[in-house]
Design a binder for this molecule. Structure first.
Ligand code: PRX
Length: 661
């Protein structure tokens, strides 16, 4: 557990409820409240999700908890994810739009299920031709272009495990993830558009390869336009996807039936140590969970146009742009670019153009829209019946703005809490079954058992007003299987604090989310944020230690600590505190070197605005940095207990240094 005490919650002042509009309730997919009782028949309740898929062989055991915490779902079953997302829809929905893609400059492309089928098959044939086999890990480093879902599904079709690295990650971050997963194949693209500029994306793949001890066997290069961008250079290991596809035109590849427990993909995420961890998701449990929750929560019907305005490079996109929506034969919008390019109405222009009626985004985006003001929405004619939010706590005033100005006061607004590790949403109100309450994410989803524990592991009662550790105390099919190559860390990060580690009864195992939360008397949860050294920067998850390990590589820096500062739009931003080597000079240069190191080694989205040079960091007597105190300084809050520090005067000195800047 962390050294930091869990903060005591002060309740939101006026609890207010908003009814879902009758017009929404009348058409909703799930309107029967007994769904909760059905799913509480553990584990059989979850079969209802698995039944929504096509299985090559049906499972013989719903849940195998015999080797905790390695929980296995739908064992004995076999299925293929690409078949479930594409092939099985052809009979009824061949002509239905799977994705309509809007490029930032305004070019667009519609992919019907029939088109997606063809593209996935041809690319799967191409992958096989370059040596990709069932069980191999294929690394993808792709932005928001159709090539990304096509590549994911082509891997899934072959039974290869994809590991998509968010396009904004830099070359060293990509290299780390390729090496950690022991991946022999890399898929990239020449470039893409961002704020009007064509970014030379493939250069990151070239630089990443230079850093690998063991080079990949092949790099497959998609092109943003028909032809390779003239500035893109190819090396001897690069293969142009267009050349491969020319050979495999019209090819089809039988989907490889995978055991339900075989991995489908890896998704690297940040934790409390410097090294990112590869969350491994299985095939049957994960796909069942995202398919079921897409149906019940996003409430997609055949006639709807759904837009999850997020990046496929993070878990939100995997679960609720690619796998969940496609398994439900949804029609979705994909957008390549920035929300303000070439103008601030871009998002609403796209919503109007394609008739989007279900819209999903993050509080960071909503706060940005809020800052731009209502007037930027006015020229556009859109009509959403269903709005959702994910990734960070949504403040009540932000919720209300979303409800009033984006939803027009007559749509449902759903907050959804979950994590890379949970695979799908685990806390949220089913839209037709509960009143909305701004600032509260809602109750656990069907079949999910959540609780809030104090430092000693005792459960805090609903309505106690006290915040504690948010835990999930019963397994669910969407949960991660382990961390890539690191079972020990899997136990340490999620299970060690509140489980009986010697027990082989799954009931003694409790998953710690790493967030603090409070449960109101009505059973609604309010999530307050991370209580470990992980922050959430504009919806991107970053570990303090991950940033620190990059910063200490700057030649003039001896020690570094990173704390989160609250930010009105991004939610949080990292503040860096550094101690310099004796001969180094404090000044603008070293601060810029720190910022640049983070941008180069992790990505521009992680770059700290504030870098403060200090004499010493607040170490405890046992040698741990108390980042909590730095967070208090960054946020201009009073300092909490400093008595366990080696030198209790350090935080005050740092505060003076910050205010003297
Ligand atoms: O702190 C919580 C926050 O995002 C973390 C998970 O980040 P990641 O694995 O990148 O997945 C993000 C998208 C699912 C959580 O530990 N978080 C996510 N959703 C919410 C949230 N915090 C408050 N409210 C939410 N709705």
């Amino acid at each position: 557990m962390t050294d930091d005490p869990v903060p005591i919650e002060t309740r939101l002042s006026e609890p207010e409820y908003y009814r879902p509009p009758p017009s929404f309730v009348g058409q909703a997919n799930v309107t029967d409240p007994t769904v909760f009782d059905e799913f509480d028949q553990f584990p059989e309740g979850f079969e209802a999700y698995a039944e929504r898929l096509d299985w090559d062989e049906r499972w013989d055991t719903v849940f195998d908890g015999s080797d905790p915490p390695y929980f296995r779902w739908f064992t004995g079953g076999r299925l293929n994810a690409a078949h479930n997302c594409v092939d099985r829809h052809l009979e009824e929905y061949a002509e239905k739009t799977a994705f309509v893609w809007e490029g930032e400059p305004g070019d667009c492309r519609r992919l019907a299920y029939q088109d997606l089928y063809r593209e996935v098959n041809e690319f799967a044939a191409a992958l096989r031709a370059v040596g990709v086999e069932e069980g191999d890990v294929v690394t993808l480093h792709l932005p928001m272009v159709p090539a990304l879902p096509i590549s994911m599904l082509a891997c899934a079709r072959l039974g290869a495990v994809h590991s998509e690295v968010f396009g904004g990650f830099s070359a060293p971050a990509l290299a780390d993830r390729i090496a950690d997963a022991d991946s022999r194949h890399l898929i990239t693209i020449d470039g893409y558009y961002r704020r009007g500029e064509f970014l030379q994306h493939k250069r990151k793949a070239d630089d990443a390869r230079e850093q690998l001890d063991d080079d990949v066997d092949a790099v497959l290069v998609w092109t943003r336009e028909d032809d390779l961008h003239p500035a893109t250079e190819l090396t001897e290991r690069d293969v142009l996807v267009g050349d491969l596809l020319a050979v495999h035109r019209g090819d089809s590849v039988d989907p490889v039936p995978r055991a339900s427990t075989d991995p489908l993909f890896l998704m690297y995420t940040s934790g409390t140590t410097g090294k990112p961890k590869g969350a491994q998701h299985g095939t049957g449990g994960y796909l069942s969970y995202v398919t079921g929750t897409t149906h019940s929560l996003f409430d997609i019907h055949p006639t709807d146009t759904y837009w999850c305005f997020a990046d496929i490079g993070w878990i939100t996109g995997h679960s609720y742009i690619v796998y969940g929506p496609l398994a439900n034969a949804a029609s979705s919008v994909l957008y390549e670019g920035a929300p303000d390019h070439p103008h601030r109405g871009r998002v609403w222009e796209i919503a109007e153009k394609y008739g989007v009626d279900i819209f999903h985004t993050s509080p960071t985006a909503i706060r940005l829209f809020m800052r731009w003001g209502e007037s930027h929405l006015e020229p556009y004619d859109f009509d959403f019946k269903h709005l959702t939010s994910v990734g960070e706590p949504i403040q009540p005033e932000v919720w209300r703005w979303y409800y009033d100005h984006v939803g027009g006061g007559d749509s449902v607004v759903i907050d959804t809490w979950w994590q890379t590790e949970t695979g799908g949403v685990v806390l949220s109100n089913l839209p037709a079954l509960a009143d909305m309450k701004p600032g509260y994410v809602g109750r656990p989803m069907p079949g999910i058992s959540a609780a809030i524990l104090d430092d000693d592991g005792a459960e805090l009662e609903a309505g106690s007003g006290q915040a504690g550790y948010l835990v999930l105390d019963r397994p669910w099919p969407g949960m991660l299987q382990t961390l890539q190559g690191d079972d020990e860390r899997y136990i340490e990060e999620y299970w060690a604090d509140f489980s009986d580690l010697d027990s082989d009864d799954w009931r003694d195992w409790v998953y710690k989310a790493g967030d603090s939360a409070v449960e109101a008397a009505d059973g609604y949860f309010r999530v307050l944020g991370r209580i470990d050294d992980v922050m959430n920067v504009a919806g991107h998850r970053l570990g303090s230690m991950e940033l620190e390990s990059v910063i200490v590589e700057v030649p003039d820096v001896a020690e570094a600590a990173v704390a989160a500062r609250d930010h009105p739009e991004k939610g949080q931003v990292p503040d860096a505190y550094v101690v310099l080597r004796e001969d180094a000079e404090a000044g603008a240069e070293v601060r810029e070197a720190v910022r640049e190191a983070v941008a180069t080694d992790i990505g521009k989205f992680a770059r700290p605005d504030h870098v403060t040079v200090v004499d010493s960091l607040p170490y405890t007597r046992s040698g741990k940095i108390m980042r909590r105190l730095l967070g208090e300084i960054s946020n201009e809050r009073p300092l909490s207990d400093t008595t366990t520090l080696e030198d209790p005067a350090v935080p005050e000195r740092i505060r003076e240094q910050v205010s003297g800047e």
